[in-house]
Design a protein around this ligand. Sequence first.
Ligand SMILES: [Fe+2]
Length: 151
Amino acid sequence: MRYLNQRYTMPTGKTKALLTDIWTEEMAPLEIIAAMVYQLMRGASVEQLKAAGLAGHYADHDKALFYVDANGNPFTVTFIQAKGDRITDLHEDMAAEQKARSTYEWLINLSDDPCVIDSLRFLREREVVHFQRFGEALRDVQEFIGSKKCY
Ligand SMILES: [Fe+2]
């Protein structure tokens, strides 16, 4: 384990700080989405849930939060990719941020609730910032690899 950590650790303090900042902020969207879904479902009748296509969710979970994708597939760690190569994984992180941004875009298109749309727009903007920050980390790692410090 120690060997793996030493080998894979990001090489500079700047990159470590960038990734810590991004990770810390990534917890907020989970809370915002969970609160939004909870509030939307809280007062819904069974008929409204059925009309919204949520009969299956209601049958399995009542109105409890249960993380699934748009097709009802439960969240799984297989959504997260890692190759163990800093450059590859930072590119994967950047791609994940763009996928999140476009998902928020499609959710905005599906909603007619101004409060939901405002929250989704905020989250979409943060994904753009995360993408840019991962890009900074990628440039920092590439500069480090290209420097004389790396043999
Ligand atoms: Fe993000």
